[in-house]
Design a protein around this ligand. Structure first.
Ligand SMILES: Cc1cc2nc3c(=O)[nH]c(=O)nc-3n(C[C@H](O)[C@H](O)[C@H](O)COP(=O)(O)O)c2cc1C
Length: 262
């Protein structure tokens, strides 16, 4: 699939074919996409543990659910539990030196081993590494993890899967997957073949471009060029907005199939 269409087709899918196994190679593809995401100081803050829902006993599965993610968690055959590694800055000095060695960070931009060792590490990174909970560290970690998760989600969509990032209760799964104590629980990325149409009733509402993005200064909304909008529609990045006319009937049919309240 073309990139723009992948972006356009992604929806949060909440009805999964719970009975259908997801091929391991597709999960690997999603993880590779996450691994290749841009990451702050080449330190990988995102860590994740893949679990097949069928491996979880009923008590654990129920204990994981939150009021806003219960059915998502119940139906998704694959759960990818994501965490922020609060120690990811440790070793960043060496990783930056490696980026210098491979020509990603260059003398043209002021980079050298000396710059890493004598300026960047002691003045910027070490203070962050020493205080894993300070706002700047958390902001770097959350952005880094979000980047990587987003790439995994898009790769999943490209593989024909449905994905939904969801909240989970950390303690019950901690007992099963045993993450290190310095990993902070983030979200569970739920994966499976959609039981609803991949359209999910249409592209979900978003504010117009000029309400979210600005040009030059705040208040000066970024104006969309209608010709570009048309081009993005043709490339299937911008798609028919929700609700599609048959969405209510689709939900009713899904409710009957899964035995859920309508
Ligand atoms: C960080 C994050 C957390 C989310 N948590 C939940 C959740 O707990 N339960 C849920 O049903 N959807 C969750 N979502 C999905 C959003 O509600 C979703 O963005 C929204 O339904 C519509 O957008 P979309 O369909 O284009 O993804 C989450 C999304 C993000 C990015």
């Amino acid at each position: 699939m073309e990139f723009k269409e992948v972006v356009g087709r992604r929806r949060s899918i909440r009805y999964f074919q719970s009975w259908r196994r997801v091929e391991r190679e597709k999960i690997q593809t999603m993880l590779e996409a996450a691994r290749l995401a841009s990451c702050a100081v080449n330190a990988t803050f995102l860590k994740a543990i893949v679990v097949e829902r069928s491996q979880l006993d009923r008590q654990t599965l129920d204990a994981l659910k939150t009021p806003v993610s219960a059915l998502n968690i119940e139906l998704a055959p694959v759960h990818i539990y994501t965490y922020i590694d609060t120690q990811a800055f440790v070793g960043a000095q060496g990783r930056l030196r490696t980026l210098v060695d491979v020509g990603a960070l260059n003398a043209t931009h002021g980079w050298s081993h000396k710059f890493v060792d004598e300026f960047v590490w002691p003045n910027i990174l070490k203070p962050l590494a020493d205080n894993a909970t300070q706002a700047q560290t958390v902001a770097a970690a959350a952005s880094d993890a979000g980047n990587a998760i987003c790439q995994a989600m898009l790769a999943g969509v490209d593989e024909g899967l449905g994905v939904c990032l969801s909240a989970f209760v950390p303690d019950p799964i901690k007992k099963v997957v045993n993450p290190p104590d310095h990993w902070l629980p983030l979200w569970v990325l739920l994966v499976g073949y959609p039981a609803e149409s991949w359209e999910g009733g249409g592209q979900r509402p978003r504010p117009p471009l000029d309400e979210q993005f600005f040009e030059g200064k705040y208040g000066n909304g970024f104006k969309a060029d209608p010709a570009v909008t048309e081009r993005l529609k043709a490339a299937k990045m911008i798609q028919a907005p929700a609700p599609l006319p048959w969405r209510k009937q689709e939900i009713q049919a899904l409710a009957r199939m899964f035995g859920l309240p309508e």
